[in-house]
Ligand binder design. Structure first.
Ligand SMILES: C[S@@+](CC[C@H](N)C(=O)[O-])C[C@H]1O[C@@H](n2cnc3c(N)ncnc32)[C@H](O)[C@@H]1O
Length: 306
């Protein structure tokens, strides 16, 4: 799988759709008014779409306050954020693991965006994880120091240049964002994996209830609003989570995202596939590739459609 060449990226984030962005963008209709990303995380789809000028305006939303705050800083004050990141990044070289722990404590006390950016750049698998007291508790990945300050500066400056003046950042539950959408907009949804959220993670995310989520999709169908959903998938024959109901009339596409590391360790070659669901309103406009089991890197950017 390949990322779209030239598209800047801000920080590693578990579940990032950066490597699938090329295919997901190819499913989007032309002339989008507002592109909403209600479960934004690292906003990989918004950044790629803005880079390719897919929409007039963009809305980045995430219920997790530090993510929304970080997005506001990236867009409005990228240089200020980079200077602070640079001083954290340089200081860590002299102090090792204890420095990461110190920054983690600072973040847990104050919630500052530069501390959060540093933790995301350094923590294992870019995973935001909290203990039952609501404290960020993920460990550092000791194999790397995190994105170099000069690369971070380039990435954040480019993201700010692409998005400033045409993006709104929100920190709401996804349902409030969906309620704002109108015909002509497009909503890209990547909710947390089913079963991932639990009450212990209350500060990070609230579980997205499956039935409630389906009801929201029914409402969007009724309002004829275009939407695309990334929702679980499978590794080999092992299916993760429930499929979305067939009466939503969605087109389901399986994207091959890579080889399962766990299966490789066990001497097998299972692949992981992610499901992508495209609303009927879009499928009616563009005949999306009907085949399953597609490899993202093999897909043409615009599905060969006019
Ligand atoms: C799988 S991640 C999205 C990753 C994203 N597609 C990317 O490229 O980085 C899901 C995100 O949804 C957020 N989230 C969880 N529950 C939410 C809710 N009820 N409303 C809005 N955002 C929510 C989480 O904080 C998390 O950042």
């Amino acid at each position: 799988m390949a990322c779209i060449k030239g598209v800047p990226h801000p920080f590693p984030y578990q579940g990032s759709k950066r490597q699938l962005a090329s295919y997901i963008l190819s499913c989007m209709p032309d002339g989008i008014n507002v592109l909403y990303e209600p479960f934004a995380g690292s906003a990989a789809i918004t950044i790629a779409a803005a880079y390719k000028n897919k929409a007039r305006r963009y809305v980045i939303n995430d219920l997790h306050t530090p993510i929304a705050n970080l997005w506001n800083e990236i867009i409005n004050n990228p240089e200020r954020l980079c200077k602070k990141y640079e001083s954290l990044w340089n200081a860590q070289k002299k102090q090792g693991r204890s420095y990461y722990d110190f920054i983690r404590t600072c973040f847990n006390e104050k919630g500052s965006s530069h501390h959060f950016l540093y933790l995301l750049a350094r923590c294992v698998k870019g995973t935001v994880r909290y203990n039952r007291n609501g404290e960020f508790n993920n460990s550092p990945d000791n194999r790397r120091l995190g994105m170099k300050p000069e690369n971070m500066r380039n990435n954040l400056a480019n993201i700010s240049a692409i998005l400033k003046g045409r993006v709104t950042v929100c920190c709401n539950d996804y349902k409030e964002i969906l309620a704002k959408s109108r015909k002509g907009d497009l909503i890209y949804m990547d909710p947390p994996y089913q079963g991932v959220c639990n009450v212990r993670n209350h500060r990070y995310c609230q579980s997205v209830d499956f039935d409630e989520f389906c009801e929201q999709l029914f409402l969007l169908n009724r309002k004829k609003i275009d939407f695309i959903v990334s929702y679980d998938g499978r590794t080999g024959n092992k299916v993760h989570g429930k499929e979305l109901p067939s009466d939503l009339n969605l087109q389901r596409i399986e994207l091959k995202v890579g080889r399962s590391a766990q299966a490789t360790l066990l001497g097998r070659t299972d692949y992981t596939y992610e499901s992508l669901y495209v609303s009927k309103s879009i499928a009616d406009k563009r005949s999306i590739l009907p085949s399953n089991y597609l490899e993202a890197e093999e897909l043409p950017l615009f599905c060969g459609l006019p």
